[in-house]
Ligand binder design. Structure first.
Ligand SMILES: NC(=O)c1ccc[n+]([C@@H]2O[C@H](COP(=O)([O-])OP(=O)(O)OC[C@H]3O[C@@H](n4cnc5c(N)ncnc54)[C@H](OP(=O)(O)O)[C@@H]3O)[C@@H](O)[C@H]2O)c1
Length: 263
């Protein structure tokens, strides 16, 4: 199936590894010009080189911190300078620290809001005028299945991403007539560096064996395996393509059936 993505321009956050990298490489395979961001320059440069080698696509890497307004602005300006347009924005990055809700002070909450919500708000505000001008736009937010089925220790993420879900739904109503769709992906357990960190931290906090916890996590997934970044990337590719033009305002789990709920 041709997704008709050739020569579209995409900004993909947190793309030096994990889910963001998988999304960037998949879009590059489809002929998209990709702009990838993350904080650590060496890892980001290496990721860009891997994508170029594997796909032959044009890749621009911009070291930046999604929590800083000036960095968000620079990413958008540099993308326009390099490619002249922006069609696709994938908001994806790390997440706030783990811990019990009662232990976090105002500073921790403010940082979490900055990372999970303000990053999305700022990037969207910057790119939408250019999407409007091009008559085409696709905005994807990567959150987590834990926004639907909260987990102990992930309160900062779950609560702030709940705001992103409501924001994205409202935005989809406001942008639909401009040819811009807005969707949220809720991954389940995806085999990345972050999953390892989260499991080890939870095991430590709850006094469990991390390897046993990992096996239990695997047992919970009906399809019997962890997800891969490419599992998430396939869904993103469809949503950001012209074939996804009738899908907006949704929050879609990519979780191997993990979510225990009817809706
Ligand atoms: N893996 C899972 O099982 C899973 C499940 C549900 C949801 N998620 C969510 O999906 C997203 C991606 O997860 P992942 O597993 O791919 O994580 P990952 O492997 O740890 O990758 C995170 C990426 O984001 C970048 N990043 C982190 N903080 C950043 C910041 N402040 N500004 C810019 N870039 C930043 C990292 O690079 P630098 O450190 O160099 O900045 C890296 O490229 C996260 O929000 C995560 O919570 C993951």
């Amino acid at each position: 199936m041709d997704l008709h993505l050739r020569d579209k321009v995409a900004i993909i956050g947190g793309a030096s590894q994990g889910i963001g990298f998988g999304v960037a490489r998949t879009l590059a395979e489809e002929g998209v010009k990709v702009v990838i961001t993350a904080r650590r320059e060496a890892a980001l440069t290496a990721a860009a080189e891997r994508i170029r080698k594997q796909t032959g696509a044009q890749v621009l890497s911009i070291p930046s911190d999604v929590r800083k307004a000036e960095d968000c602005e620079r990413v958008v300006e540099s993308t326009l300078k390099a490619f002249g347009r922006i069609d696709i924005l994938v908001n994806n990055d790390g997440a706030p620290p783990l811990g019990k809700i009662e232990d976090f002070d105002d500073v921790a909450w403010q940082k979490a809001i900055e990372q999970n919500m303000f990053s999305v708000i700022r990037m969207v505000r910057k790119v939408v005028p250019h999407m409007r001008a091009g008559g085409y736009g696709r905005i994807i937010n990567v959150t987590s299945v834990s926004t639907r089925q909260p987990l102990v220790g992930l309160g900062l993420s779950v609560a702030t991403w709940a705001g992103v879900l409501a924001y994205a739904k409202t935005l989809s109503l406001e942008l639909g007539s401009a040819g811009i769709t807005v969707n949220t992906i809720c991954p389940g357990r995806v085999d990345t560096g972050r999953l390892e960190v989260v499991v080890r931290k939870r095991a430590e906090q709850e006094g469990h064996d991390p390897d046993k916890m990992m096996r239990e996590i695997l047992d919970e997934v009906p399809v019997g395996r962890l997800g891969t970044p490419d599992d998430v990337a396939g869904m993103v590719a469809l949503l950001v393509s012209p074939r996804g033009s009738f899908i907006t305002g949704t929050a879609i789990q990519v979780d191997g059936g993990l979510l225990r709920g009817v809706y």
